[in-house]
Design a protein around this ligand. Structure first.
Ligand code: TRP
Length: 389
């Protein structure tokens, strides 16, 4: 969708027309699929352009990464996103890394041992190569001015937009009919505050998060139209782009989504033995000849992909090498590749975990820096809104 220049009110009218158009189609799902496929394709193209620009001049970019503190990081996070973030950080992209603690209270489920998880995540990040000299690690709850942006931003979105947000809808469906909290409904707006408070212009996310980035761009431009600028020539907010990664999604050892509750994850912090144990129980199939065939042999192919990511090889070649060795050989190959790739990360993690003072200091320093930035941005927002008294 081209950048909307409409005011929120005009936009609400457009939204109604869109909703009607969709309702008259017999295959509304197909429409939604087509729209999202097109926007995914655009986001991929744009991501490749940004990658090229980063190679030329990384200093033009500020990246905001975000993750919920819901548990320890696993190999899916590591090979799917972390390696990528660390690579960008090391290429000179200024990085802000949010631990989204206010996002885990969006539903009514218990949040678990939150403090432990937050510090655990800081430890995982540092072990994986996030460098606190280059990256600001911070949490929502410690940055009041970030959260205050929620009020003006909520004035810029309509209720129907929130109700139509695909992620909100999916969460609602997954909740099995339980009531939706007000925070869940508005969390995409809160996510916009994460990105806009620090004026990030790139946000590495998965495809499912694209609607949130689009909403963030709309909020940035609507703020400019509705409330104006603190400085005549510069809008308060930049419009961020999603950066889609090329890494494939790694599933759990049973071929389902990785989740601690399923016992199908390989955590970064596991020992080599724990890794071997989980992989020993991994699901394969009865065909002894190992081939890479994601459609017909999803579990075997997932393990091959994991081995490939861990060893820097490709899944077909690894499959050919295993040949008639069967599931047992495949598991041995994956175990060795993962343990070898993670050995240095795990060694660092152990050292870091023993130094809680340092972990606490890193987060405190990050929060302090995030507060400075958020206060500065909120100052500009209040200036633009004529609310400096
Ligand atoms: N919603 C993201 C997730 O579930 C986490 C997140 C919170 C985030 N704030 C963000 C991601 C800002 C990108 C930018 O994974």
């Amino acid at each position: 969708m081209p950048e909307t220049e409409a005011t929120p009110v005009q936009n609400a009218e457009i939204d109604t027309q869109e909703a009607e158009a969709v309702a008259t189609k017999t295959a509304a799902d197909k429409v939604a699929d087509a729209v999202s496929t097109a926007s995914v394709r655009r986001a991929i193209e744009r991501s490749r352009e940004i990658e090229e620009q980063i190679a030329l001049d990384p200093s033009q970019f500020r990246m905001l990464t975000g993750a919920r503190p819901t548990g320890n990081l696993h190999v899916g996070h590591y090979f799917g996103t972390l390696i990528n973030w660390v690579g960008l950080q090391n290429r000179g992209v200024e990085t802000w890394t949010l631990i989204a603690d206010y996002q885990v209270i969006t539903d009514r489920d218990g949040v678990g041992p939150l403090k432990e998880r937050v510090y655990g995540l800081v430890t995982d990040y540092l072990a994986c190569g996030i460098d606190p000299e280059k990256t600001t690690i911070f949490t929502h709850s410690a940055v009041p001015a970030l959260n205050q942006l929620m009020i003006p931003f909520l004035s810029l979105v309509t209720e129907s937009e929130l109700n139509r947000n695909p992620t909100v809808k999916a969460e609602l469906e997954a909740s099995g009919g339980r009531a939706l909290s007000g925070l869940l409904l508005t969390y995409p707006v809160h996510q916009a505050t994460d990105i806009l408070f620090c004026k990030a212009n790139i946000v590495p996310v998965g495809q499912d998060q694209l609607p949130h980035i689009e909403l963030t761009r709309q909020i940035a431009s609507r703020f400019d139209r509705r409330y104006g600028r603190a400085e005549k020539d510069n809008p308060v907010f930049r419009r961020p782009d999603a950066l889609l990664s090329e890494a494939p999604l790694i599933l759990g050892t049973d071929g389902e989504k990785m989740a601690k509750s399923r016992g199908n994850t390989i955590e970064i912090g596991f020992t080599a033995d724990e890794t071997a144990q989980v992989l020993k129980k991994a699901k394969t199939d009865s065909d002894r000849v190992i081939t890479y065939d994601p459609v017909n042999r999803p579990e075997v192919s997932n393990l091959l992909m994991l081995a490939a990511l861990a060893s820097g090889g490709d899944p077909e070649t690894i499959a050919a090498e295993i040949g008639g060795g069967g599931g047992g050989k495949l598991k041995a190959v994956v175990t060795e590749a993962v343990n070898e790739a993670l050995a240095p990360v795990r060694a660092r993690r152990q050292e870091l975990a023993a130094d809680t003072t340092y972990i606490h200091e890193v987060l405190a320093a990050g929060n302090e820096k995030a507060n400075e930035e958020a206060n500065r941005t909120l100052g500009e927002v209040r200036q633009a809104m004529q609310m400096i008294y």
